[in-house]
Design a protein around this ligand. Structure first.
Ligand code: FRU
Length: 489
């Protein structure tokens, strides 16, 4: 595997032509997705600035052009009319000032009439590599001409380490707030709150968010956000360097706490415990957007289908990462529910004809499988070999009421040390699943959003069969492409 020098990782992209050959090579990969957002070249990580503005959905992603490395980060821009089909727009925020000289890190967006304000972390490093994080702003009034504010909105708050980043802009009660992920000097994860009367000036440090019971829960909280969903406050964040039961050796998680947010006193009172957003393997740094801005009631959520500090089989092809499907996010009982967006049905091109009791079926590389349970134990393998061996195995134990996803049967295995099986209790049993398979990913929505399992998967040529053991009705559709692999920089 190639090793990258610091100079190579942090090289500035001067001319798009420098990466055209890389793009031409990677588009031939069998693992390029056809309905998921993926990097034009190099590495994609967090989704950023998810927003509806001027008749379009805008989404950006953290992008390093050069290869499967976390080096110099740009914001790459994609747009959609329906949250299903996406178009590459090119680079939006470049790390080209003193304040962001080593990366335009993650952040969020706020539409203000004709303006679209983007907030991001300027990852500044001194020549001795000391980091100073700045909260910076760009106005994207004109899509082809992002205008950076000359000076950052603010620098780091004293009393915390260099880890202060990922501004999420929130407007509440006529005030503007920015919540930031942070680490205190005792190396505990925190959320810091800044406030301002106007979104582009006069920001002051309001203090640290108190989250009773979570004072010692990981050493850094990345990508925090406080959303209002179905009439409830939800704190979403990514605690790092923390082991959680049932999550193998994974130490980076993306989860949430339902509760009540007191903006006056900066206290988030949990109603219940921390839950992970996704019960699968590859999911991090999720970002939400209001679907109904009037009511602010339901949201969509999209995540990076990947994890920090992880390598994937496409690294050797010099690219890595993709985003999950945007999902509908609501609250049911004490949990967040994630469901596929209704519009996805428009991608169904034709339904496969299943003759007799389906046991083994060849799957298109991009497809949706609907599973309707008829009771009892079952085992469903997707991306299996023709003889039914291998693949990603979804196993339901009716007596224990557990659903397990086991990816150890794939020929190309990765992150083995983080555990290859994830299990979830389904108190009311298994009734229904919708499984979205793209060329290198599988997303499993269980019982209408009660649980989601997301995983990257890198099948070899023979791994494209489905094998069912157990009693269930199946529907399988081939899915049309919804993202174009265009070279737009
Ligand atoms: C999360 C993260 C953020 C940071 C960005 C840099 O994956 O580490 O905290 O802003 O990625 O790409």
């Amino acid at each position: 595997m190639k090793t990258w020098t610091k100079e190579e990782r942090y090289r500035v992209l001067q001319d798009p032509e420098e990466i055209r050959p890389l793009h031409e090579a990677i588009v031939t990969s069998p693992y390029r997705q056809t309905y998921h957002i993926q990097p034009v070249t190099g590495l994609l990580n967090d989704p950023n600035g998810f927003v509806f503005h001027d008749g379009l959905w805008h989404l950006f992603y953290q992008w390093c052009p050069w290869g499967a490395i976390h080096g110099l980060k740009y914001w790459y821009h994609v747009v959609s009319e329906d949250l299903i089909t996406w178009k590459n727009q090119g680079v939006c925020i470049k790390p080209d000032t003193e304040y962001d000289n080593k990366g335009a890190y993650s952040g969020s967006a706020l539409p203000m009439l004709d303006d679209l304000y983007l907030y991001y972390t300027g990852n500044h490093r001194d020549p001795d590599w000391t980091r100073i994080p700045y909260t910076c702003m760009v106005d994207l009034k004109d899509q082809s001409n992002p205008v950076k504010l000359e000076k950052p909105l603010f620098g780091p708050a004293p009393g915390y380490t260099e880890h202060q980043r990922d501004p999420k802009i929130i407007s509440r009660n006529g005030q503007f707030y920015i919540v930031l992920g942070a680490q205190n000097e005792a190396h505990q994860g925190r959320v810091l709150v800044w406030k301002a009367p106007a979104p582009d000036r006069d920001w002051t440090f309001a203090g640290e968010l108190t989250v009773p019971g979570y004072e010692d829960f990981g050493d850094m909280w990345e990508c925090p956000s406080i959303e209002r969903i179905s009439g409830q406050d939800v704190l979403l964040f990514c605690p790092q360097h923390l082991k959680l039961e049932g999550r193998g050796d994974t130490v980076h998680h993306n989860g949430y706490i339902l509760g009540a947010m007191d903006w006056e006193n900066l206290v988030f009172t949990p109603h219940g415990q921390f839950h992970v957003l996704d019960f699968g393997f590859d999911s991090y740094a999720a970002e939400c957007v209001a679907l109904d801005t009037e009511e602010n009631d339901s949201e969509a959520i999209v995540a990076w289908m990947g994890l920090p500090d992880a390598s994937y089989p496409t690294d050797e092809e010099d690219w890595q990462g993709c985003l999950t499907l945007p999902r509908l996010l609501t609250v049911r009982g004490r949990r967040l529910i994630q469901q596929p967006l209704t519009g996805l049905k428009a991608l169904r091109s034709h339904e496969l004809e299943l003759i007799g009791t389906p046991h083994t079926i060849a799957l298109p590389r991009a497809c949706e499988v609907e599973f309707i349970a008829r009771g009892g134990d079952m085992s469903l393998a997707v991306l299996a070999k023709e003889d039914g061996t291998g693949g990603i195995r979804i196993i339901y134990d009716d007596q224990a009421r557990t659903l397990s996803v086991d990816r150890s049967g794939m020929q190309r295995r990765f992150h083995i040390d983080q555990g290859e099986v994830r299990t979830r209790l389904l108190p009311k049993g298994l009734h229904h699943m919708r499984i979205f398979i793209d060329h290198s990913s599988v997303e499993i929505f269980v019982n209408d959003g009660e649980a989601v399992f997301t995983t990257r998967a890198f099948p070899v040529a023979e791994e494209h069969f489905l094998r069912l053991e157990g009693d269930a009705a199946l529907h399988i559709w081939a899915l049309d492409p919804a993202v174009k692999d265009d070279f737009v920089i």
